[in-house]
Write a protein of this length. Sequence first.
Length: 318
Amino acid sequence: MADEVNVYSSRHYDSDDALYAKFTEQTGITVNRIEGEADELIARLSAEGDNSPADVFITVDIGRMGRAEEAGVLQAVESDVIANAVPKHLRDPENMWFGVSQRARIIFYAKDRVENPPRSYEELADPSLKGQICIRSSKNIYNQSLLASLIEANGEEAAKDWAAGIVANMARDPEGGDTDQLRGLVSGECDIAVANHYYFLRGYDKDVEGLTSGIDGIGWVWPNQSDRGAHLNLAAAAMTKSAPNAEAAKTFLEFLTSEFAQQHFASQNNEYPAVPGVGLDEDTARLGFFIPDTATNTASFGDNAAKAQAIFNEVNWK
């Protein structure tokens, strides 16, 4: 087996250094990491072709993993370790990728201004919420994957009506990241916001300007708890098509499903483990029990990505 594995990653967390160090300690295999935006890394893999030094590709969103699969830069990995650890709905049907951690996209609201917050993604489009919602732009991959999941769950026409309803209910044109949507609740710019769960939890972990000071006034809703469950996106990993160190790459990918790695994802970025039975960190646990959407295969987020973007364009979601 080779003594190194080369990772192209769009995860930008210094805390992952400890994860890679543990892998090297256990296996003797050195991890060489190149970080970048997912689309840039996919373009790089495509340009490098068979000469690419990359063995593993990691991304924080399954929509972009779908783009990598479309670009033909991944290969299937047959692994009983991965198959036994990661639930089927968090793996590609053709074994091209698998989830390493989960990211919930949920509804937040200003407790002093919203008495009955929406209880589902669909309710966010209700006309009664006109002028109340802060949400990111249509270019944001998290929103693209959310809309892709709604296409899968409800069909294209219903998804288009939903997107149009969200545009009508926006408090302002989309701007900034997830933290900025939450800041809008504190400032009073909006009453309801959509964001990934860990951006909110960072307001407890450290002093986040414009959020931490007012965080006790923010409530949250786990959407769709009476039907399909809350939408969770994935950070995911895959072996590249060229993978000069394929055996070492497989060992690394299997390591990502280990208890150590899964607890690392849970504790270092307040993510939900992809492997059942791994405990949560204290801050993440404060969000409470919820029912996740396990009926919608996450592969559909990539499959429906083009349809989602077409809908965003049609309804003028900026």
